[in-house]
Design a binder for this molecule. Structure first.
Ligand code: NAD
Ligand code: UDP
Length: 349
């Protein structure tokens, strides 16, 4: 019998790509999403892309904090594991509205973990972030680096990691993998699913993409006085399909394991790329000029962050395949086919 995975936040950017790879890997998938930052159209497109496996996907519009609805779902369906993406992720918004972030991300996760325990489902893959490394003293970042957080969003990731470690200490039946993502970009090569942020994008590539399709006049570059190759911030961009595959590798490890555990892995490429290099690669892929406005550094930003990939390569047997050319090619393919994402011009800002 195919294993059944509950994917929270599965209508979102990384979630939708992971759901597709799970279906193609012959898992049965239930998605829970409140559609706060996603469209049900993403689920329809994943179903279509999955072909004969599309029938193995079901969608439930549920807020994770709605304990009764979540309980009903767990009572009606036995899940072998949960992949937990659901959460709010805008750093600036988290500074303005910390309680929204603590309530949504932490309460949502606590309700999920309690419901899982009540129903004997103790296998979890959680979306953490490289943000827990803050401004690292050196690079590449290894999983043993000291952890910190500079904003409420980052603190929710840090707290949830700690919650998971505490749960495992108290009950070694749990098998948890915490994945620290570096900078996910790109889209499925079909151009049918991709990132469709609500409002003004916070992250670099969704912003670049909106400039390329004429939705925004120029990219503001936050700081060109860093001690980097060209003065702009350096990050480890990773193709979202590689990232999705990282979740399949994590689940395989969990299912192969004979005992519990709570392990953390970086998911990155191990390569650092500057803002200007990324813009150049996108201009090449799209044939579009991206006008730039140089500005001050963004508060809370780090200079250079990229990943050590050794632990994931060794223990998950996973390694990113794609480089920035493919990331930009696929991001442009999605953007040019869907300039307004899943929405219509009058429904988006
Ligand atoms: P996303 O906003 O596209 O997806 C998150 C999904 O969760 C959305 O579909 C949203 O509607 C849903 N959601 C939010 N709160 C919910 C709730 N209470 N109940 C049910 N559904 C809820 O974001 P994403 O980029 O796909 O990120 C997925 C996860 O990965 C998040 O936890 C995010 O913090 C983490 N992450 C993302 C990045 C990144 O750069 N995209 C980097 C590191 C970590
Ligand atoms: N960045 C930028 N302009 C933008 C958004 C981001 O110059 O409109 C820069 C940012 O300062 C950082 C890099 O792009 O150096 C990646 O930023 P993003 O927010 O995508 O990821 P994070 O900083 O969370 O790693």
């Amino acid at each position: 019998m195919a294993r059944r995975i509950l994917v929270t936040g599965g209508a979102g950017y990384i979630g939708s790509h992971t759901v597709l790879q799970l279906l193609l890997a012959e898992f049965t998938v239930s998605v829970v999403d409140n559609l706060d930052n996603a469209s049900e159209a993403a689920i329809d497109r994943v179903t279509e892309l999955a072909g004969k496996h599309g029938k193995n996907l079901t969608f439930h519009k549920i807020d994770l904090r709605d304990r009764d609805e979540l309980k009903k779902l767990f009572a009606s369906t036995k899940f072998d594991a949960v992949v937990h993406f659901a959460g709010l992720k805008a750093v600036g918004e988290s500074v303005q509205k910390p309680m929204l972030y603590y309530n949504n991300n932490i309460t949502g996760t606590v309700v999920l973990l309690e419901t899982m325990a009540e129903h004997g489902c103790k296998k979890l893959v959680f979306s953490s972030s490289a943000t827990v490394y803050g401004w690292p003293k050196e690079v590449p970042c290894t999983e043993e680096f000291p952890l910190c957080a500079t904003n409420p969003y980052g603190r929710t990731k840090l707290f949830i990691e700690e919650i998971c470690r505490d749960i495992y200490k108290s009950d070694s039946d749990w098998n948890m993998i915490l994945l620290r993502y570096f900078n996910p970009v790109g889209a499925h090569p079909s151009g049918k699913i991709g990132e469709d942020p609500c409002g003004i994008p916070n992250n670099l590539m969704p912003f670049v993409q909106q400039v390329a399709v004429g939705r925004r006049p120029a990219l503001t570059v936050f700081g060109n006085d860093y001690k980097t190759k060209d003065g702009t911030g350096v990050r480890d961009y990773i193709h979202v399909v590689d990232l999705a595959e990282g979740h399949i590798a994590a689940l395989k490890k969990i299912f192969e394991g004979s005992s519990g555990g709570c392990e953390v892995y970086n998911l990155g490429t191990g390569k650092g790329t500057s803002v200007l290099e990324m813009v150049k690669a996108f201009e090449k892929a799209s044939g579009k000029k991206i006008p730039l406005v140089m500005a001050e550094r963004r508060p809370g930003d780090s200079e250079t962050v990229y990943s050590s990939t050794k632990k994931a390569e060794k223990e998950l047997k996973w390694k990113a395949k794609y480089g920035i050319e493919e990331m930009c090619r696929d991001q442009w393919n999605w953007a040019s086919k869907n300039p307004w994402g899943y929405g219509k011009p009058d429904s988006v800002q």
